[in-house]
Design a binder for this molecule. Structure first.
Ligand SMILES: [Mn+2]
Length: 316
């Protein structure tokens, strides 16, 4: 059932012993939401843990500092930034997928899997929602909470450069900076710092770049071999998906990542009027207007062909 923000706040006040679920392959937004909310609830004297199927990439350790796990039986399960229970990852989905009490999200196509759902699709990051919730809960926004929220705001808006960025995104960022968020440090870690391994991987990925559809579609591919040769881990290269769209004239940038099981994870980034969510839903996935994803099987060549076939009609 869809609810509004005051009801979300009421549910959080009424309950205790929270388990907060992030999506798998965690990004700055889902982690920022999870740890900000857990810290806020704990500061109200409640118990709260954060759960994620995958390991948390090292670059988030400075801003979303991992909190010590508390020992309790979860009573109220909240998902943050999770559009579909599939995105929780296999194990978390199996254990909690049908037990989620409250979903807090900013994906317009949320699968409505929880007892209660709050979606604000106008939010650039789910952390915009968490900021409002934390304020309404009346808790003091500590530097730790501020850093978490800033991380979500900044990463989901591409350092406030993507078209999803609104005055409100900037306003909330300003508010959490007033509470001590270290914006410069977080942005440097998220957007300017790369490991030597990542730089080597990036060079290989750029060599894989191919242009299609009158140079309006750019595709790059990352194979398991490239991870091995470069020494770069898979969870380290989320930002690479923005690469193909940087080329002048490109309206759709596609990143193909080979997973360990040989299947391909596809990330699509677009500029107006091309709708990434529409493209990906044709291939069994989904997401936002400018950023979406799906999964494909087959050889790399077949996968590229499938993508070109599905994207080209949107580029005429
Ligand atoms: Mn998000």
């Amino acid at each position: 059932m869809k609810i509004e923000l005051p009801e979300v706040v009421k549910l959080l006040k009424e309950h205790d012993n929270f388990l907060i679920l992030c999506h798998s392959h965690p990004d700055g937004d889902t982690l920022g939401c999870g740890f900000a909310l857990a810290r806020a609830l704990r500061s109200m004297g409640k118990k709260a843990n954060v759960k994620c199927e995958d390991n948390i990439p090292r670059k988030f350790s400075a801003s979303c500092e991992i909190i010590e796990e508390q020992d309790f039986e979860p009573e109220y399960i909240v998902s943050v930034d999770v559009a579909d229970t599939k995105l929780l990852g296999e194990n978390v989905q199996r254990e909690y997928g049908d037990k989620i009490n409250l979903a807090i999200d900013h994906h317009s196509k949320n699968a409505d899997f929880a007892d209660y759902l709050y979606v604000d699709a106008s939010a650039a990051a789910a952390c915009e929602i968490i900021y409002q919730i934390v304020c309404e809960l009346g808790v003091v926004i500590t530097k730790d909470i501020a850093d978490c929220i800033f991380t979500g705001l900044s990463t989901d808006s591409g350092c406030f450069r993507y078209s999803n960025t609104t005055p409100r995104t900037h306003y909330f960022a300003a508010k959490v900076m007033e509470c001590g968020a270290d914006a410069a440090k977080i942005n440097r870690i998220m957007f300017e710092t790369k490991t030597k391994e990542y730089a080597i991987l990036e060079r290989m990925v750029l060599e894989s770049l191919k242009l299609y559809c009158d140079n309006k579609l750019a595709i790059i591919a990352i194979t398991q071999d490239m991870y091995k040769t470069s020494g770069c881990s898979e969870d380290e290269c989320d930002g690479i998906a923005s690469l193909p769209r940087q080329i002048e004239g490109v309206l759709a940038g596609v990143t193909i990542k080979e997973k360990k099981d040989g299947k391909f994870k596809i990330s699509v980034r677009t500029y107006a009027p091309v709708d990434a969510a529409q493209i990906c839903s044709k291939m069994g996935g989904g997401g936002h207007v400018r950023a979406a994803g799906c999964q494909l099987e087959g050889t790399l060549e077949e996968t590229i062909n499938t993508i070109v076939e599905n994207v080209k009609e949107f580029l005429v």
